[in-house]
Design a protein around this ligand. Structure first.
Ligand code: SF4
Ligand code: SF4
Length: 90
């Protein structure tokens, strides 16, 4: 089986200017376990200098972060039609 890093390189994105995920980062400041950082397969959540940084551009649309965030700090939706993950080579 291919390693996950190699598989992720096969994913193509069509990035919408309008984010389909928003993180209310004020809730992140005292979130001790920060599960989103560990569960996102694309590594899109990062704590830098004590602040949450999130980028939606290479989101795999799996929904895991939304389920993992018990504080409900994540507003989640699929990208608009025609945007997001657009092509998967095998
Ligand atoms: S799990 Fe939720 S509250 Fe905690 S750091 Fe991630 S987005 Fe913020
Ligand atoms: S939906 Fe999946 S890939 Fe996208 S930000 Fe959440 S955990 Fe990461």
């Amino acid at each position: 089986m291919q390693p996950i890093e190699e598989r992720l390189e096969l994913v193509r994105f069509k990035v919408d200017k309008r984010p389909h995920i928003r993180v209310h980062t004020e809730a992140c400041r005292d979130c001790d376990l920060t599960p989103c950082v560990y569960v996102c397969p694309a590594g899109l959540f990062e704590i830098l200098g004590g602040e949450m940084h999130f980028s939606y551009e290479h989101c795999l649309e799996c929904g895991t972060c939304y389920v993992a965030c018990e504080r409900k700090a994540i507003e989640w939706d699929y990208p608009r039609g025609g945007w997001g993950v657009s092509f998967r080579a095998s």
